[in-house]
Ligand binder design. Structure first.
Ligand code: PMP
Length: 360
């Protein structure tokens, strides 16, 4: 059976074992005579799936008891709006650390609800770096500070999170569950599922209880974090099948040995590609500064757009999928989320080396 070398940026590769399991259970889930898609979201069978996904997520990430885990819809993009709707007001300010296109979008959305103070250090570096320290001026008087833990488009990643007295919120859409995180550093973490957690359609929000109490309640019901927390993410019909697949993906992560094992595998995969970039710096121009390199998205350019195009055409012909850089920046991007096998990264590194030798 032909499985692609799938380097898509999201939606992206899922573990083959998970797909097989979902296939086996598709038509008759545990003797119910129906698919998970056909179960009532109020049934005991579905509730067990819902709880299992929450419990696994808590165990794997080490989520403390005073945090709630929510399953919402609308993608990370809805979180760009929900966060300021719940925690920003006209007469207040929020700080946004710009580290790439997604943080710019998050900041843009917050402007609709209050004042936004920008930390632009990384932007001034052409989004090649991650700030070593937060910009104090941007933080002054802010209700919260927002960061993007991994910058999917530019290929940079925070390797140590900033410490601050201000509530810290992170968009972890493209690196959640790829390594261990100290959840207590954050008041809120959110992430769309379609990179490391499962298919698109479900968004995970992890939020501190005491912060939930402070959220604005003068907004539409469906946009209040408190409403979803109170109803345990069953206020309305949740994306049941996406949550079921997420539970299977989380079980797979446990079987791999949890986040320590997953993180070292991810470092191995990205290391395979970065080492070719470092061997042939005149041919492969890595975008990220070394200290800010992402283990999830490796981005680079060839000396000319023509050569990038030729390289991409060869990669495609060899069966490597999704290597074209985001349309806003061009070049190449190899996304190496949890479910991408080491073998795929190794094969791609070999292809890069062959290409480099031939183009001497
Ligand atoms: N934040 C980051 C870091 C992302 O990579 C993406 C999607 N690639 C988004 C937000 C937007 O996510 P969604 O499409 O789920 O709204």
């Amino acid at each position: 059976m032909g499985r692609a070398h799938n380097f898509n940026a999201g939606p992206s590769a899922l573990p083959l074992e998970v797909l097989r399991r979902a296939q086996a259970e598709l038509i008759d889930y545990q003797g119910t005579g129906m698919s998970v898609m056909e179960l009532s979201h109020r049934s005991e069978t579905y509730e067990a799936i819902h709880r299992s996904a929450q419990d696994r997520l808590r165990r794997l990430l080490g989520v403390p008891d005073n945090y709630r885990v929510l399953f919402l819809q609308g993608g990370a993009s809805l979180q760009f709006a929900m966060l300021p709707m719940n925690y920003l007001s006209r007469d207040a300010a929020a700080a946004y650390v710009l580290t790439g296109s997604w943080s710019e979008k998050a900041a843009q959305e917050a402007r609709r609800f209050g004042r936004v103070q920008l930390d632009s250090q990384a932007k001034e570096d052409g989004y090649k770096t991650i700030p070593e320290m937060l910009d104090g001026e941007a933080l002054a008087g802010a209700s919260y500070v927002h960061i993007t833990s991994n910058n999917t488009i530019y290929g940079t990643q925070w390797h140590a999170f900033p410490t601050t007295q201000i509530p810290l919120v992170a968009d972890m859409s493209s690196d959640i569950m790829s390594h261990e995180v100290d959840v207590e550093q954050f008041h809120m973490i959110y992430a769309g599922a379609q990179k490391n957690l499962g298919p698109s359609g479900v968004t995970v929000v992890i939020v501190r209880d005491e912060w939930l109490q402070q959220a604005n309640q003068d907004i539409p019901t469906m946009l209040q974090y408190g409403v979803h927390a109170k109803a345990d993410s069953l206020y309305n019909t949740p994306p049941t099948f996406a949550i079921y697949l997420m539970d299977l993906v989380l079980e797979w992560i446990e079987e791999q040995g949890g986040l320590t094992a997953i993180a070292s595998r991810n470092a191995e995969k990205s290391g395979l590609i970065y080492s070719v970039i470092d061997e042939y710096p005149d041919l492969f121009d890595g975008h990220a500064a070394k200290s800010a390199r992402s283990h999830m998205n490796v981005t680079f350019r060839l000396p000319s757009d023509e050569q990038s195009k030729e390289f991409l055409a060869q990669a495609k012909a060899l069966g490597f999928v999704g290597v074209k850089g985001h349309r806003s920046v061009g070049g190449c991007r190899v996304s190496l989320y949890n479910a991408v096998p080491v073998e795929s990264a190794a094969r791609f590194a070999e292809f890069m080396r062959d290409y480099a030798r031939k183009s001497r």
